[in-house]
Ligand binder design. Sequence first.
Ligand code: NAI
Ligand code: CS2
Length: 493
Amino acid sequence: MRLSNQTISQLPKEVVVPTYDRSNLKTKIVHLGFGAFHRAHQAVFADILATEYNSDWGYCEVNLIGGEKQIEDLKAQDFLFSVCEMSYDNWRTRVVGVAKEALHADVDGITKILAVMTRPEIAIVSITVTEKGYCYLPASASIDTNNLLIKHDIENPTQPKTVPGVIVEALRLRKEMGLKPFTVMSCDNMPENGHVTRNVVLALAKQRDPSLADWIDQNVTFPSTMVDRIVPAVTPETMQKIQKQLGGIEDPAGVAGEPFKQWVIEDNFVAGRPEWQKAGAELVNDVLPYEEMKLRMLNGSHSFFAYLGYLAGYLHIDECMQDPNYVKAARHLMLQEQATTLRVKGVDLQVYADTLLERYRNTGLKHRTWQIAMDGTLKLPQRMLDSIRFHLANQTSFDCLALGVAAWMRYVSGKDDAGNTIDISDPAVDKLTALVLASQDNQERVTALLSLNHVFGEDLSHNQYFIDKVTKAYLSLRDIGAKKTVARLCQSL
Ligand code: NAI
Ligand code: CS2
C-alpha cells in the first residue's frame, strides 16, 4: 500500500499530516529541482506555514534533467511525500502536502512547464539543481558557453533544456504577454547564489535579445539565500526505515534528513513571498556573510572529511568523527582557517563549529563521503580556495586547507589508500582523467590539476607558495596515506 489521499488516514498517529485544506493552496511557486534537499527544506517551511498560518502558497514541482522517477512517484501519490527527521535512533515524520502539481521536461514536455511558469499568479521560481545545473564557471561566476546544453539552448531558445534557458524563455514569454515577472531564487550551495543565477540568466538573455536582457535586469530580482539542512541521498535502508515510520505504507518519494534546518534569505522579491520568517527563516538585507560562513565552515569541513575520509576508507561522515585526528583537524580548519576569513557579525563561531561537529556525529544520517566528494571542481572554489586567497594575502597559515585541496587531487587521481578504484562523479571528469593520465604521480600531478583555470583561477595556478604547500601535502598522501597524514598534521596544530 502506498501513501496517498486514501491511505493517509491509516498512518500511525505520531506521523504529522496536513491538517489544512489542500484544495485551498494555489500554485504560486514553481520549483526547479525536486531532489532530496528541496523536499526536506523549502517544502517543509511551506508546510509549516500552511499548517500553522493558513498560508496558501503551493508548489509546482519540476525536474528538467534527471529525477524522472521522483516526479512519477509524486504524481502517483496525490503529490504527498514524507520527510523524516533522523536523530541518532530517534525518528520523527511529517507528511508534506504543499505540492499541487509535478512535471518532468522529458515526460511532460517543456511546453507544459513553460505554460505553468507563465501563469499570472506564479510569483517565485526557486531552484535546487546542484552547482552544475547553473552551467557556470566557478572562478568567474559567469556562464559556460562551451557547455553543450547551453549551446543547445542558444540554438533552440524556445525549447530550452537548462535552468538558465528555461528561465529566460519563461520570462520572455511573460514579457511578451504583458505579465509581471517572477522572482528567481536559488537555494543551491554557492556564494552569492542569486548573483550567479542572475549572471547566467542575463548572459543567455543577451545572446537572444539585448532588450529582453534589459527588461530582466530592470524587473526581475534574484535574491541570494543561505540554506542548511543535511539531507543525504536516500538509500534502500533509509527507504525501509521510512516505511516503518509510516506503519508499513510505502513512500518512494520520502526523504530523511537531520532535525536541524536554517534558511537566511535576502528580502528582495518582486511579486510577493510567503511569510517564511514565521516558520523560522531569517529575512535579511545581505546574505553573503551567512553564505560564506556556512560554505566555508560547514561545506569546507564536509569536503575535507569527504576527500580525506574516502581515501582512508571512511564511507560516512560519522565514521570520520570516530577518528580523533580527523575531528581535531576539522575543528582547526573551521576555527583557525575558515572562521578567521569571515565577516559575519553576531554569530558565536566557536559554538557554530561545535554544533557542526555534533551534527556530523549523528549516526542516523549515514551521509556518504562519496556523495559529498562529488562535483569537486564546482565546490572547491567557495569551500576552500576563497579562504586560501585570504590567507595568502594576509600571510596566515592554511595547512588544513592545503591538505584538503591535495586530498581532492589524490581523490581525482582515481585510487583510494587501499588501491581501490574511485568512481569519480564530476562534470569535468573527462578533463580530470586526461590530466591525471598525462601526468606522473608526483609534483607533476599537482601542476597538471592546477592548470584548471576555471577552478583555481590564474592567481592560484601560479602562486608558488600555494603550489609548494599543496605539493607537500599531496606527496604525503601518496606516501603514507590519508590517516597518517592527518595524524602527522595534528601533531603540528
Ligand atoms: P538530489 O541529487 O537529490 O537532487 C538533485 C536535483 O537537481 C534533482 O531534482 C535533479 O533533477 C536536478 N538536477 C541535477 N542536475 C541538473 C542539471 N544539470 N540541470 C537541471 N537540474 C539538475 O540532490 P539534493 O540533495 O536535492 O541537493 C541538491 C542541491 O541542493 C545541492 O547540490 C546543494 O546545492 C543544495 N543543498 C543540498 C543539501 C543536502 O544536504 N542535500 C543541503 C543544502 C543545500
Ligand atoms: C554537502 C552539502 O553534498 C555536499 O556537498 O556538503 O550538501 C551539505 O550536506 C549541505 O550543504 C548541508 O546544508
